[in-house]
Design a protein. Structure first.
Length: 67
Protein backbone atom coordinates (compact mmCIF):
# COMPACT_ATOMS: atom_id res chain seq x y z
CA UNK A 1 0.00 0.00 0.00
CA UNK A 2 1.46 3.32 -1.06
CA UNK A 3 0.35 6.56 0.53
CA UNK A 4 1.15 9.89 -1.06
CA UNK A 5 1.53 12.75 1.41
CA UNK A 6 -0.12 15.95 0.26
CA UNK A 7 1.14 19.42 1.20
CA UNK A 8 -0.56 20.71 4.35
CA UNK A 9 -1.95 23.68 2.43
CA UNK A 10 -3.81 21.30 0.12
CA UNK A 11 -5.10 19.22 3.03
CA UNK A 12 -6.30 22.40 4.75
CA UNK A 13 -8.06 23.60 1.59
CA UNK A 14 -9.75 20.26 1.00
CA UNK A 15 -10.85 20.04 4.62
CA UNK A 16 -12.20 23.57 4.60
CA UNK A 17 -14.11 22.91 1.38
CA UNK A 18 -15.62 19.72 2.84
CA UNK A 19 -16.75 21.59 5.95
CA UNK A 20 -18.27 24.41 3.89
CA UNK A 21 -20.15 21.86 1.79
CA UNK A 22 -21.50 20.05 4.87
CA UNK A 23 -22.21 22.82 7.38
CA UNK A 24 -21.96 26.10 5.48
CA UNK A 25 -19.54 29.01 5.58
CA UNK A 26 -20.63 30.58 8.88
CA UNK A 27 -20.53 27.36 10.87
CA UNK A 28 -17.22 26.39 9.24
CA UNK A 29 -15.71 29.65 10.47
CA UNK A 30 -17.17 29.13 13.94
CA UNK A 31 -15.78 25.58 14.02
CA UNK A 32 -12.30 26.55 12.85
CA UNK A 33 -12.07 29.46 15.30
CA UNK A 34 -12.06 26.93 18.15
CA UNK A 35 -8.59 25.85 17.13
CA UNK A 36 -6.80 29.17 16.91
CA UNK A 37 -3.47 29.28 18.66
CA UNK A 38 -3.55 31.47 21.72
CA UNK A 39 -0.87 33.84 22.83
CA UNK A 40 1.00 34.39 26.05
CA UNK A 41 1.88 31.94 28.78
CA UNK A 42 -1.16 30.66 30.61
CA UNK A 43 0.88 29.16 33.46
CA UNK A 44 2.47 32.51 34.33
CA UNK A 45 -0.81 34.39 33.84
CA UNK A 46 -2.69 31.88 36.03
CA UNK A 47 -0.12 32.16 38.81
CA UNK A 48 -0.46 35.96 38.79
CA UNK A 49 -4.25 35.87 38.61
CA UNK A 50 -4.78 33.39 41.43
CA UNK A 51 -1.88 34.29 43.72
CA UNK A 52 -2.82 33.63 47.34
CA UNK A 53 -6.11 31.90 46.46
CA UNK A 54 -6.95 28.31 47.26
CA UNK A 55 -9.20 26.15 45.12
CA UNK A 56 -11.91 26.67 47.74
CA UNK A 57 -11.52 30.46 47.43
CA UNK A 58 -11.85 30.28 43.64
CA UNK A 59 -14.93 28.06 43.86
CA UNK A 60 -16.53 30.43 46.37
CA UNK A 61 -15.92 33.37 44.04
CA UNK A 62 -17.47 31.50 41.12
CA UNK A 63 -20.55 30.60 43.16
CA UNK A 64 -20.89 34.20 44.40
CA UNK A 65 -20.83 35.52 40.83
CA UNK A 66 -23.53 33.09 39.77
CA UNK A 67 -25.98 34.48 42.32
Amino acid sequence: MTTQVQPISEVTQRGTNALIKEIGVVDTIRFLNQFRAGSGNYTIDRDKLFVGLSVKDIISEIKAQRK
